[in-house]
Design a binder for this molecule. Sequence first.
Ligand SMILES: [Zn+2]
Ligand SMILES: [Zn+2]
Length: 299
Amino acid sequence: MSVGKILLYYKFTPIADPEAIKLWQRDLCESLGLRGRILVSRHGINGTVGGDIDACKRYIKKMRDYPGFKGTEFKWSEGSAEDFPRLSVKARQEIVAFGAPEELQVDEGGVIGGGVHLKPRQVNELVESRGDEVVFFDGRNAMEAQIGKFKNAVVPDVTTTHDFIAELESGKYDDLKDRPVVTYCTGGIRCEVLSALMRNRGFKEVYQIDGGIVRYGEEYGNNGLWEGSLYVFDRRMHMDFGIDPAKLGRCVHCQEHTTDFHNCANEETCRKQVLICEDCWAQPHLRYCADCETKVCLA
Ligand SMILES: [Zn+2]
Ligand SMILES: [Zn+2]
């Protein structure tokens, strides 16, 4: 029996004809029996695909044959094609939806004007040498930071990446513009864009973590500057980097520790994912976010 795997990757590089790349990718994945999600834009490609291990290897080889995708780093993860409902390949304005397709500039070297890339060890060295002057800036949706974040991180008030530009231009973070700011996100792709948007808005010393939280966590486990669990966008919902992580997540109803995100039961009008502990979730009237629970009780 063959073994399944999942590949995660992204590459910022100029793509003249995203539609053509989309069609090529769809044919390639179909021929290899891969499923997953791939986004293509003028700025590059972002994909998560799963399938037979040999098919994954052939996919990597084909990707590297294309000059623009040479040097793409592929991250291997446990899983298979069955982890995805189907194959979805789309050409969009952006591979990460910040709502700034015209602002983002890329060349063969990647994003132009982004933050300085730091390896996990260099992140710690920066904090050792600069101390409390260093600020961690969460490049994810605020919800994700409820169960884990870097020590003393600033967590912007964003529901989706679309909210970042207004947040950066709100003036709330102007005091950070002269300080060393380390942006971070799950695997690093969001910070490729975010760090460039920040520099364009006057943040003078911006860094990003190579490989994001995932790589930092692999290196330091629970013994570094990362605290708690990592929200992930697959059926696992979250992952830990070692036993006994810091317990940041709190149930919205009873405040007990939990890392269980649920969709609010008010599915028609509420799209919120909220932390609800097992005991509360067992009670149907508590399967709502705090806002919707109030409405349900009043109804
Ligand atoms: Zn609870
Ligand atoms: Zn709700």
